[in-house]
Design a protein around this ligand. Structure first.
Ligand SMILES: [Zn+2]
Length: 115
């Protein structure tokens, strides 16, 4: 039985999002420059971004479907973008973060609260 949650699938989704707004206007790291971790057992998180080196964790414990993985990757991409933009609060879900997730939610038709 195949599923959608492999590192290669995450990289493919990331590659797509880098070509779509708003990330198409931003120089994002290549998928190969990111350490990807797909976790089956980290029930407490959906995803996580850690810089230096760029690391994106996608937890599949509560989600293994396209829409959920997309939302998690987009969420972590906002953290990564804020980090690259020099924001010291890149890991917070503050006003700046929410401005970006609101923009993405409206573009992609997602509920901003789920991003
Ligand atoms: Zn977050």
């Amino acid at each position: 039985m195949t599923n959608l949650g492999t590192v290669d699938h995450c990289k493919a989704m990331y590659t797509l999002f880098c070509k779509l707004p708003p990330f198409d206007k931003i120089e994002m790291p290549k998928p190969s420059e990111i350490k990807w971790i797909v976790s089956e057992d980290r029930d407490e998180i959906l995803g996580e971004y850690i810089p230096e080196p760029h690391t994106i964790t996608v937890s599949l414990a509560r989600q293994a479907h396209f829409e959920n993985i997309c939302k998690t990757i987009l969420h972590e991409m906002v953290h990564m973008y804020l980090y690259l933009d020099g924001k010291s609060n890149y890991d917070r879900h503050d006003k700046t973060f929410k401005k970006w997730t609101a923009k993405i939610a409206s573009l992609y038709g997602f509920d901003p609260k789920e991003l």
